[in-house]
Design a binder for this molecule. Structure first.
Ligand SMILES: [Zn+2]
Ligand SMILES: [Zn+2]
Length: 128
């Protein structure tokens, strides 16, 4: 379950809608980061749950072996537990991967002026 809050800067009125923490959903984990280049906060995905079958890319040097399972359709039956795994992602600014970001956790400072941001009491949005 993830929660998104509205954070407002009391000095420069910068506003961001982010979780302010690491949030774990069913399919992904997000982390709030502060981008020094955008001077803004972003929620970025740091872990993604993917189907196990997407892992099967062999190294380029590997010999091609006959794969009897290659034509088996992926298991998509409801009620069947699908094998999944977590893919670790490097947190990157969604605007540009070359931006300098750092992990930001509430209570935290405004990316524009350095004041501590106020967080709304109620979540702005809840996702799962
Ligand atoms: Zn500010
Ligand atoms: Zn950025």
């Amino acid at each position: 379950m993830g929660r998104v809050y509205t954070f407002t800067c009391p000095r420069c009125e910068y506003q961001a809608r982010v979780s302010g923490a690491t949030e774990t959903g069913f399919h992904c984990v997000t982390q709030t980061v502060s981008c020094r280049d955008c001077r803004a906060l972003h929620d970025v995905t740091v872990r993604l749950r993917v189907a196990e079958t997407t892992e099967a890319a062999p190294p380029k040097s590997a010999k091609k072996l006959p794969a009897p399972d290659a034509f088996r359709p992926p298991l998509l039956l409801f009620g069947q537990p699908r094998r999944t795994r977590w893919l670790e992602l490097k947190p990157l600014c969604p605007v540009s991967p070359s931006h300098r970001i750092e992990v930001w956790t509430a209570p935290g400072k405004c990316p524009r002026c350095g004041m501590f941001l106020d967080r709304d009491v109620m979540p702005y949005r809840i996702w799962d």
